[in-house]
Design a protein around this ligand. Structure first.
Ligand SMILES: *[C@@H]1O[C@H](CO)[C@@H](O)[C@H](O)[C@H]1NC(C)=O
Ligand SMILES: *[C@@H]1O[C@H](CO)[C@@H](O)[C@H](O)[C@H]1NC(C)=O
Ligand SMILES: *[C@@H]1O[C@H](CO)[C@@H](O)[C@H](O)[C@H]1NC(C)=O
Ligand SMILES: *[C@@H]1O[C@H](CO)[C@@H](O)[C@H](O)[C@H]1NC(C)=O
Length: 409
């Protein structure tokens, strides 16, 4: 409790009961405003609007509250009210997450003075494990590489690095990519490197799979494995580990693309687009703008108001395939220290980009990136950059067909 305020409280009590009441009212008002209205406050709140619309409502509430307080409080009694303020966005637009505050009304010299205490949790070492809950992931955290290719970028000096996140047991997808669009390392005179990013297999057969992966790595030198648990919920960890890896081992590369393992990629078209693209602070793909936050708990990408209070997300490039200039790897890792890691990986990168003040760029042509499968024709596939594919389509055959010489359209 603030000694100054207490002294002030006492001083005005000397005047008269009416003055005293008024003084308390003002003190309580300030504190109650803080606790009650911060959570309702929009990002871009405007004091004038607030006074116009919110203040009268709040004044009514306050009056009720104070009246209750005077009716029910007995000398020495303590009423406690705990509010968990919902996460809100601060002035620089980074996401700030809930902090628990206690508002305690205590009887001091038989006068109710409301004080606000903040739980400043000074945790002694070592901090016990706290689950981040269903909507956040264990990041930042120190993950380690179990399989790595630390020298490959240095040796090959690629213009473009393709990173495909894939489950450890999903060798079939890796082979399809190696035998189709990911198989060439020199395209239009530019060096392209391909890597698969894996986490830890969580189910049965871990030991056997470990052996197989080491063998596969020896054969292809394109596996990167980190020690976080590989599952859908942990995709944000995977993406951030990818950025850490790129920053550590490929920092002189110009561009990187993260692309899902079920996509088809036209690498020559991608390189043509990148040749005239910005060299720094550049991210593109299928950019969602004003993407609605899904509030139906049954939705695959549900996010509750407590975790993200705004109705729409900042601009973000859809996770199926996005490209960025390599300088962003370091910047995004740094930004992630200030933005709580929500489990929706592409949205999370969007939040980090917002923190950096760098909006993702629209692609030069909206037909380049496709979230709905484009059915195959030489003409159609010769014009796009990336598309999802139908489940049982033969991507190796498509790639061979597309590569045949002759007219495409
Ligand atoms: C103030 O409260 C104390 C108990 O905490 C009580 O003994 C005392 O009589 C009260 N004084 C007045 C003026 O109400
Ligand atoms: C806040 O309130 C909770 C629940 O009543 C209590 O456990 C906690 O110790 C309080 N914290 C402070 C700083 O008063
Ligand atoms: C995600 O990975 C972390 C680190 O390995 C792990 O502690 C956590 O259990 C994983 N989440 C799920 C849902 O498996
Ligand atoms: C975009 O691509 C479509 C289909 O390939 C093409 O018809 C159109 O002219 C392109 N637009 C621009 C601005 O390049």
């Amino acid at each position: 409790m603030d000694g100054g305020k207490m002294a002030e409280g006492r001083r005005c009590c000397i005047w008269s009961r009416r003055h005293c009441f008024f003084c308390i009212l003002v003190l309580a008002a300030l504190l109650f405003f803080y606790s009650t209205n911060m959570k309702e406050m929009p990002t871009d709140w405007n004091p004038r609007q607030w006074i116009q619309y919110t203040a009268p409502k709040w004044w009514k509430q306050l009056n009720g509250h104070i009246r209750n307080e005077f009716n029910t409080s007995r000398p020495g009694s303590t009423s406690q009210l705990t509010t968990a303020a919902a996460g809100f966005t601060s002035a620089n637009n980074s996401v700030v997450f809930p902090q628990t505050e206690n508002i305690t009304s205590t009887q001091v010299t038989n006068v109710t003075i409301t004080t606000l205490t903040t739980n400043a949790r000074a945790v002694p070492t070592p901090a016990p494990y706290v689950s981040p809950g269903p909507y956040l992931v264990e990041y930042p955290s120190e993950y380690h590489f179990l399989i790595n290719e630390p020298q490959k970028c240095e040796q090959q000096k690629p213009f473009l690095v393709l990173v495909v996140p894939v489950a450890p047991q999903n060798r079939a997808h890796r082979d399809i990519i190696r035998n189709s669009w990911g198989g060439e390392s020199l395209i239009l005179g530019r060096v392209v490197s391909l890597f698969f990013l894996l986490g830890l297999h969580s189910g049965e057969g871990g030991e056997q799979l470990k052996e197989q992966l080491l063998q596969e790595s020896k054969e292809h030198q394109d596996l990167i494995q980190s020690d976080f648990v590989d599952c859908y919920k942990n995709l944000t960890i995977k993406t951030m580990v990818m950025l850490e890896w790129l920053d550590s081992y490929c920092s002189s590369v110009s561009y990187a693309m993260k692309i899902d393992s079920d996509m088809f990629l036209n690498v020559p078209n991608l390189i043509n687009m990148l040749i005239s693209a910005p060299k720094t602070n550049y991210m593109t793909g299928l950019v969602a703008s004003e993407g609605a936050v899904l509030r139906d708990p049954k939705s695959k990408w549900f996010l509750p108001v407590e975790v993200y209070p705004h109705p729409v997300y900042p601009r973000y490039a859809l996770g199926l395939g996005y490209i960025f200039s390599l300088d962003l790897a370091k910047k995004l890792v740094e930004a992630s220290r200030h933005v709580k890691a929500v489990y929706i990986e592409d949205v999370y990168l969007g939040l980090c980009m917002q923190h950096l003040g760098i909006p993702p760029t629209n692609p030069p042509n909206w037909s380049y990136f496709n979230v709905f499968p484009v059915s195959y024709s030489r003409c159609a596939y010769s014009r796009l950059i990336a598309t999802t594919t139908q489940e049982n389509i033969d991507r190796v055959w498509i790639w061979k067909d597309l590569k045949k010489p002759g007219r495409t359209c």
